[in-house]
Design a protein around this ligand. Structure first.
Ligand code: 13P
Ligand code: SF4
Length: 348
């Protein structure tokens, strides 16, 4: 597509939320990236938190962590550019050892992934022998290599319910663990509160203390204030939010589940308690609906991924993701097991 056509397309989609001067400049970058993508036989995967000018232009696929893991497992391209954060790109590499996987930034971390190490998991295994261990996909490969299965916000309940054992260890997000425990009717406990011998009771979720630095900021008060100001507002919250926030919201689900909820319901106003670029992306897609913006909270790690960095990653084949083979093989078992679990496979 030419720069003029790309600019026109971007004005139609984003003209109400991005100033013209930015659209002009970005349309040139978009054309450059799409040409490089063809030339290098690459696929671009874009997480729902990418800023609108990137989200709506260069990715071949967009979605939540689970959808993008499935796309990464399926691609036949030589290069995967992951417009997301490091643990997502690492998951793509775990599934595609012979492909080049690029993260368009040398940084792109995640406070949840940084909250736990492989040594921590080994300590938990010693303390709770035989208890199945589930880790949120927001962890690094060496942690995934130590556990039984991964999960995302889109399948956490199904993964917990796929085990015959009624007590599981769920790492590392404290709030997701609390929310999943509530949903599955289990008691939440934390290692320090469990007896030194590690003997645990029945029907428990054993959690960890990791937090998402974005979602932990939302409070029950934010919802109360928004409802006071906009009595008709429909509130959505990501399950990484504190349990009282999830409890007071009208809907909670993965990033894609929330995008679909707004698309498929016909309320006038929505408040989406998650990373704020996703609110912009929803606003662009639903011009007839109003997004209440109490959220100025941008994930600093997702924010590292820009059109410029994406262009440079492809141009110079830079920020390659590598995973040592021994760790990759073990981590792949946890990711494969997750990908084989469908929501309807949950136990009764
Ligand atoms: P999703 O899997 O719901 O897209 O969440 C990923 C994430 O990092 C949320 O903060
Ligand atoms: Fe990690 Fe939170 Fe950023 Fe998601 S929003 S990548 S969980 S820090």
């Amino acid at each position: 597509m030419t720069v003029d056509k790309t600019y026109e397309m971007m004005v139609n989609k984003l003209g109400k939320i991005i100033p013209d001067v930015e659209l002009r400049y970005k349309s040139e970058l978009v054309v450059e990236i799409n040409d490089l993508k063809k030339e290098k036989n690459a696929v671009i995967l874009g997480h729902n938190y990418m800023e609108p000018a990137l989200f709506y232009t260069v990715p071949d696929y967009v979605g939540d962590s689970l959808e993008l893991s499935r796309k990464a497992a399926d691609t036949d391209k030589d290069i995967i550019v992951f417009c997301g954060v490091r643990f997502m790109a690492e998951t793509a590499k775990i599934l595609n050892p012979n492909k080049t996987v690029l993260l368009p930034s040398a940084k792109g971390g995640c406070s949840l992934a940084a909250s736990i190490t492989a040594d921590d998991v080994r300590m938990l295994k010693k303390k709770f022998p035989g208890v199945p261990i589930i880790t949120y996909i927001n962890t690094y490969a060496d942690v995934k290599a130590e556990v039984d299965v991964c999960c995302t916000s889109g399948n956490a309940r199904a993964v917990v319910e796929s085990f015959a054992e009624d007590t599981v260890i769920f790492l590392p997000d404290e709030y997701l663990a609390r929310n999943v425990a509530k949903e599955t009717g289990k008691k939440i406990v934390f290692p320090t509160a469990v007896s030194a011998s590690g003997s645990v009771g029945k029907n428990q979720v054993i959690g960890w203390g990791g937090r998402c630095e974005v979602h932990e900021k939302f409070t029950a008060n934010d919802i109360a204030n928004a409802r006071k100001q906009f009595p008709d507002v429909v509130v959505l919250a990501h399950p990484e939010c504190p349990p009282d926030v999830v409890e007071l919201s009208d809907y909670s689900g993965s990033t894609t589940a929330m995008v679909n909820y707004v698309k498929q319901t016909d309320a006038h106003r929505y408040l989406v308690l998650t990373e704020c670029s996703m609110g912009d992306n929803i606003a662009a897609e639903n011009p007839d609906k109003e997004m209440v913006r109490i959220c100025s909270i941008r994930c600093p790690h997702m924010n590292e991924i820009t059109l410029e960095e994406t262009r440079d990653a492809l141009k110079y084949i830079q920020h390659k993701i590598e995973v040592p083979e021994e760790i990759r093989l073990k981590a792949k078992k946890s990711v494969d097991r997750m990908l084989s679990i469908r929501p309807n496979m949950a136990r009764d």
